[in-house]
Design a protein around this ligand. Structure first.
Ligand SMILES: [Zn+2]
Length: 173
């Protein structure tokens, strides 16, 4: 009996949605669309090195379905790299696995753990113990979260001092 296509489980939404070759204007590039479930398949199989069987379980799909997804993903990534196209990650029928956010009040480091993984003992960055669960719905925290609507916004990690401006604003005068 065919499974409904509904809800391939992914651990999170991508940090970056568009990749393109440097120095070529986006408007003159062909775009390849990689769905979020295809990206998740790449993450599980190629980055984490899981067997397809395990990866399929992670995504709550059959191994056959996983095989099709990863094959499609590989073809798209290859097409992007070999033919110099832009890659946009969007779409797919997915369900985002729940995570909990934690913030270290000592160094302001913020990170996420999968729901059910338990409360972390210490800050992974400074080993501090002054950590707090920071549910999305607490809302009122400092600064608004950047992305429109759908919940969590990763700021990219690395620098704890906040986002660095991509380009200085041009003077208007
Ligand atoms: Zn810390």
């Amino acid at each position: 009996m065919p499974r409904p296509k509904c809800c391939r489980r992914v651990a999170g939404l991508p940090r970056c949605n568009v990749f393109k070759p440097a120095g070529i204007p986006a408007c003159s590039l062909e775009e390849v669309i990689l769905t979020v479930d295809e990206l998740e398949a790449v993450r599980l199989a190629d980055l984490q090195g899981l067997y397809q069987e395990q990866a399929a379980q992670e995504m709550n799909i059959s191994r056959q379905t996983f095989g099709r997804i990863i094959e499609s993903a590989h073809r798209k990534v290859a097409e992007t790299l070999v033919q110099g196209k832009a890659l946009r990650i969007e779409g797919g029928v997915i369900e985002v696995a729940e995570t909990r956010s934690f913030t270290c009040y000592d160094c302001q480091h913020a990170w996420e753990v999968p729901f059910g993984a338990g409360r972390p003992q210490e800050c992974p960055k400074c080993k501090g113990l002054n950590i707090h669960c920071a549910p999305e719905d607490r809302g009122a925290g400092r600064g608004q979260r950047g992305c429109g609507g759908r919940g969590r916004c990763h700021r990219g990690g690395r620098s704890a001092s906040g986002p660095k401006p991509a380009a200085p604003p041009e003077t208007k005068e």
